[in-house]
Design a protein around this ligand. Structure first.
Ligand code: UT7
Length: 326
């Protein structure tokens, strides 16, 4: 059987730390509220000049180094991001140049916090159908640049960072087993950035109205997230005819500890099989899964042959899951 195997991982977090105590001085919030409602204690924030492609480059170099693969060997680069350096060209192309990955086709996937799973799915298809041998899949986000630090309902949630994985075409059981993608555009306005695109280009008025910042109806999203994430996991398990108990490690998108715990409970997964790092980084959107995967990998929490489940939910709305044999 031909599979796209994840042969290495990498991640990068900017140095600057923004704690809940820092946020208490900026908006009407408290460490107690943020911790109990989200599980977040602190997040990393980029400095000026650190764009998404900068974060992506650090994470990608780390993954390439672990794989022992040179940038010139890459056939494909896909970046999941909703905070690109600029509207165009893509972070993928900027990353391709920074790495010197001269042969690689490069592009971005705009699927909100589900970006990494969408990117993984596309790379998997390209590899399985024989188009490409070696792919770099990255999730890179600079959420602090679109977070409104006057809006307590959103600014405490998000952080910056990037994670990467190198995929190689291989014969055998190990690799991406299946991916399951969903979207529902009817809920586009539950999480969006209204200004800066072609609907509302930048004007003095759009800036005065703070339309270039992220807007979110968290409470409505929460309910849809728990339901659709559970459904996608059940779909993935049924599609592959496997039981919950066979999952060795569940690496969910880190949006809210309460969402992660609700899914884990519904799936009857014990705490030690669920990877959580939201307390350190907040919600890094499409970077959250590859950052968590890299931490789990480097901490030795994944063994050869383990069955790993990813799932994510985000703007679009989009959601999805991926099952991987390590
Ligand atoms: O990344 C993927 C997409 N995003 C998500 O999946 C996010 C899903 N949603 C959530 O994680 C949660 O809904 C939030 C953490 C965003 C909010 O928690 P909640 O329990 O749903 O709170 P809420 O939005 O219902 O707000 C309850 C109260 C409100 O006060 P009033 O209007 O009742 O007086 C908010 O203004 O909590 C207030 N509030 C805060 N208070 C202190 C909201 N944010 C804060 C804050 N500090 N940071």
């Amino acid at each position: 059987m031909i599979r796209a195997r994840i042969v290495s991982t990498g991640s990068y977090l900017p140095e600057k730390v923004l704690t809940n105590q820092d946020l208490e001085k900026m908006v009407d919030t408290s460490d107690e509220w943020i911790t109990t409602r989200t599980g977040i204690k602190e997040r990393r924030i980029t400095s000026n000049g650190e764009a998404s492609s900068t974060l992506a480059t650090h994470a990608a170099r780390s993954a390439l180094e672990m794989a022992g693969i040179s940038p010139e060997e890459l056939d494909l680069i896909i970046v999941g991001t909703m905070t690109p350096d600029m509207l165009f060209p893509s972070v993928g192309c900027l990353l391709q140049d920074k790495l010197g990955a001269k042969r690689a086709a490069a592009f971005d996937i705009f699927a909100g916090c589900t970006g990494f799973i969408y990117a993984l799915s596309v790379a998997d298809s390209f590899i399985k159908n024989g188009n490409y041998q070696k792919a770099l899949v990255v999730g890179a986000e600079n959420m602090s640049k679109i977070a409104d630090y006057q809006d307590r309902r959103t600014c405490a949630l998000f952080g910056d960072g990037a994670g990467a994985a190198v995929l190689v075409r291989e014969e055998g059981d190990r690799g991406i087993i299946s991916t399951h993608l969903h979207s529902d555009g009817r809920y586009a306005n539950l999480l969006y950035q209204p200004g800066g695109g072609t609907a509302i280009p930048a004007t003095h008025e759009s800036i005065d109205k703070r339309l270039h910042y992220l807007k979110m109806d968290g409470n409505k999203l929460f309910k849809i997230a728990v339901k659709s994430l559970e459904e996608t996991v059940l779909e993935t398990l049924a599609f592959n005819n496997i039981k919950n108990g066979e999952i060795d490690l569940f690496i969910p998108h880190q949006a809210n500890l309460r969402i992660i715990q609700a899914i884990a409970k519904r799936l009857n997964l014990p705490e030690e099989k669920v990877f959580v790092n939201i307390q350190k980084y907040g919600n890094t959107s499409s970077a959250s899964i590859p950052i968590a995967l890299d931490e789990a990998n480097r901490e030795g929490r994944i063994k050869d042959g383990d069955l790993i489940l990813f799932n994510a939910f985000g703007a679009g709305l989009t959601w999805g899951a991926a099952l991987v044999r390590w």
